[in-house]
Ligand binder design. Structure first.
Ligand code: ATP
Ligand code: MG
Length: 158
């Protein structure tokens, strides 16, 4: 169905902000205008939940998680950034693989199965988008994904 992605994203951030029990702070950098995209709301909720719950889980006390949406010609790019432990360069290509977890010793106490990002990738691909990560070890991680988007000019509506 067609949804205003700005409102949809904002609501999911609200829900996770209320549910989180760590003192990570949230910062939203969202457009003021509507951006309509065609998505499966349940699947996209899962994508955002998996990415944002990682950002919270792998953040230090008091870390900041930032949310942004960027509009390009034929797609939007949604990014979730954190100030957490980061991911070593040599491991970053594998984090979207099923059951892959970076350095078991490092993340063992945080729990998880290593499926969250594999599922997110599958669902983003099913929407015709791509997902990727950039990270600096010890500084933080940015997970971004694209979604196809058709920008309508004002006069196409009139
Ligand atoms: P699950 O999501 O299934 O509970 P998980 O969080 O370990 O378990 P994924 O979400 O698929 O699995 O992430 C895979 C691995 O990528 C994680 O184990 C972690 O090592 C690394 N990772 C993912 N997101 C981040 C992040 N924001 N910061 C640092 N490392 C991350
Ligand atoms: Mg996860």
């Amino acid at each position: 169905e067609w949804v205003n992605f700005v409102v949809f994203f904002d609501r999911i951030i609200d829900r996770l902000e209320m549910a989180k029990n760590s003192n990570v702070t949230f910062k939203r950098q969202l457009p003021k205008h509507a951006i309509f995209v065609e998505i499966d709301e349940d699947k996209m909720t899962q994508v955002l939940y998996n990415i944002i719950s990682n950002a919270i889980k792998y953040s230090p006390e008091g870390g900041q998680v930032s949310f942004s949406i960027k509009e390009e010609e034929e797609k939007i790019i949604v990014s979730i950034s954190d100030e957490g432990m980061g991911i070593p360069k040599e491991n970053i290509g594998k984090i979207f693989d099923r059951f892959y977890r970076v350095d078991k010793a490092r993340t063992r106490k945080l729990g998880g199965t290593g499926l969250g990002l594999a599922i997110a990738k599958e669902m983003v691909n099913a929407h015709g988008g791509a997902i990727w990560a950039t990270s600096v070890e010890g500084k933080g991680t940015v997970i971004s994904f694209s979604l196809p988007y058709e920008r309508f000019e004002e006069d196409e509506w009139s």
